[in-house]
Design a protein around this ligand. Sequence first.
Ligand SMILES: Nc1nc2c(c(=O)[nH]1)N[C@H]1C(S)=C(S)[C@@H](COP(=O)(O)OP(=O)(O)OC[C@H]3O[C@@H](n4cnc5c(=O)[nH]c(N)nc54)[C@H](O)[C@@H]3O)O[C@H]1N2
Ligand SMILES: Nc1nc2c(c(=O)[nH]1)N[C@H]1C(S)=C(S)[C@@H](COP(=O)(O)OP(=O)(O)OC[C@H]3O[C@@H](n4cnc5c(=O)[nH]c(N)nc54)[C@H](O)[C@@H]3O)O[C@H]1N2
Ligand code: SF4
Ligand SMILES: [Mo]
Length: 705
Amino acid sequence: MSAPGRPDRTARFEPSVCPHDCTSVCALEVERLDAGTIGRVRGSERNSYTAGVICEKVARYAQRIHHPDRLTRPLRRVGPKGSGRFAPISWDDALDLVAERFERQASVHGSETVWPYYYAGTMGLVQRDGIHRLRHAMRYSRWKSTICVALADAGWLAGTGAKRGVDLREAAAHSDLIVIWGGNPVNTQVNVMTHAMAAKKRGATLAVVDPYRTGTAERADLHLALRPGTDGALACAVMHVLFAEGLADWDYLRAYTDAPEELAAHVAQRPPQWAAGITGLTVETIVGFARRYGRAAAPFIRCHHGFSRSRNGAANMHAVSCLPAVVGAWKKPGGGALYGQTALHRVDATLIEGLDLVDPSVRMLDQSRLGPILTGDRDALGDGPAVTAMLMQNTNPAMVCPELDKVHRGLAREDLFLCVHEQFLTETAAFADVVLPATMFLEHDDFYTASGHTVFQVARKVVEPPGECRENHWVICELARRLGARHPGFEMSAWELMDATLARSGLWDAATNHERGGQDLALPFERAHFLDGFAWPDRRFRFRPDWAAFGGRGAQMPALPDHFAVIDEATPDKPFRMITPPARTFLNSTFTETPGSRARERRPTALLNPLDCEALGIVEDALVTLGNERGEVVLHARPKPGQQRGVVVVEGIWPNRSFEAGVGINLLTSAEPGYPAGGAVFHDTAVWVRAGSGPAPAPDAIDPS
Ligand SMILES: Nc1nc2c(c(=O)[nH]1)N[C@H]1C(S)=C(S)[C@@H](COP(=O)(O)OP(=O)(O)OC[C@H]3O[C@@H](n4cnc5c(=O)[nH]c(N)nc54)[C@H](O)[C@@H]3O)O[C@H]1N2
Ligand SMILES: Nc1nc2c(c(=O)[nH]1)N[C@H]1C(S)=C(S)[C@@H](COP(=O)(O)OP(=O)(O)OC[C@H]3O[C@@H](n4cnc5c(=O)[nH]c(N)nc54)[C@H](O)[C@@H]3O)O[C@H]1N2
Ligand code: SF4
Ligand SMILES: [Mo]
């Protein structure tokens, strides 16, 4: 033991990679105390994006990995559905039971009745995506991924054609204006702040576009607190000013874009006065921001996911992505924009996902429409059978999915066989027939792409798992064996699967990647800045996207950037627009189980403009009811300056049981797909707000005066 206060020189720090669903994908150093125990977790200096900094929730990972409530044995339900009453069984019995039920359901209803359901509890490609290999090998219902990036991806791809952009580290060194658009990195990706604050220190201006005064907005020079779902209007008015005041770069526009004259004529009809009415910002604020953007030498926009989670979110993302093209910012060191770098991580997923087995005729189901699907909505089910058997890994839909009432009713169906592979007995796992205990990232091998940076990283197991926890890959292979599914990916260990995948992708082998702290896939300046053209046959940025090519309702979208008025507008009955952004020390529903995070977040809280509180008779810490046609939730209120009247903010996906009425915030959010082709709309909800937790007053009890 070292003396108190002195660093412990004998401690062994092992390299790892944060597996959580966060664009930062931090390079970690994990203190290994013994074969099964970790101590401190810190950011690695080896990766210049992480730069030694990680968020507080992962820094105290020991609280999560060594949590007394971790699942350590397979369980079988012994009480009624959803009761949470289980008895231990052996792995063999559990897997036999799952395979037998999947076979039975498929023989009665056809293979599409089985729907393997997953998401991004771990972002490791082997442990996250292997479930698709089983899906495709067995012709189980296919997967439409919509809960997170669908809208943002569509919006970014519509213009640029490729999910990549300018490195934030470069912007930190060279940009004179960094705009954080529709994101709160103080909560969601601390590393963006490391680099943005470095730029600010150097003299760059930091601007934030966000409906409420987030921790990020507090650190900015400029905060545009617009109404949710109106970014398209703001972007159009900014372009209006840029063209009107000679701040557009016509040489660039003619060389690199598809329809600049048409765009200029179109936004001439979208003046700041028009946008002020939609966004709730003043004309001066809009014009002032447009001038700062247009006069900056190398403006950089960090486009986040937050502002895409509306019915018009893809249109808004596209509108914002037009700005750097109008001023030719892409030409400048530090200028341009970044939404995500995923396209750089060119991993051939065939072996992991069984892409060679995909049959496009198999029915596809929308992840975010789980509630409608499980409650028999014909439209959501497509032309296939009811879903009667599911395997879930890496996800907690009983908390994170929209239309929770339907999700909960669906999960409670007696004729649904549900197997949940989890680290904790989550509110989803409580509905299961069979619960399987899962490893955590430090207990298995995997590799990780990154959306926020350019380094592809391999991580090796650091400690042994507790009890009988097993990795996702093993569970998938064991089920495949019992079900007779065949694919080379089922015959390999996780490490072998990585090596084989890396070889076919033309990347370093796993051991080399691990040893060197990751492979940097950054592009040279010319290509990173699209100076060789955008990723379309004509190499031009598209102000006029081919929305119809995305399918769905793309053909109904505006041809040029605009305010696409399809959001859940406020009405006299539902005068508030609600957004439900991430809490700082939760990660979706993950970390809601750790004491440090719960203590910091305290309890579900509705943030309201102080004038709205006054008008409704709501005081700090009082209970309020938020509601719409889907139901009502009760939580505590806090007046918060900095957001417009008529906007209500509820941070964090709290457990249902943390709410007064026992149902969480996603009771109110809609499972309606965003445009063009789906995507969850978590920040696009009209609600009523009432002081107190009692029932609504009867209409005749309301004084008509
Ligand atoms: N601590 C923590 N970190 C997380 C998560 C978490 O839950 N907690 N979630 C992780 C996941 S899954 C993801 S996808 C990423 C997302 O991370 P980012 O892509 O960085 O986006 P967010 O920070 O979620 O964006 C949320 C912000 O968007 C704002 N916003 C909402 N609606 C609008 C709008 O209409 N216009 C504008 N301009 N802004 C709007 C909200 O007010 C909020 O401040 O974060 C990841 N990191
Ligand atoms: N209201 C509202 N709802 C939202 C959002 C919002 O902003 N507002 N954000 C949405 C977004 S962006 C997303 S991405 C989704 C995220 O939704 P989910 O992907 O469901 O994310 P989590 O809630 O973090 O649940 C992940 C679960 O995976 C488990 N897990 C982690 N690693 C492993 C593993 O290796 N194996 C197994 N078997 N399990 C593992 C964890 O214990 C955890 O319970 O939520 C969405 N829901
Ligand atoms: S910032 Fe994101 S990637 Fe980094 S440690 Fe925290 S959750 Fe993980
Ligand atoms: Mo997400």
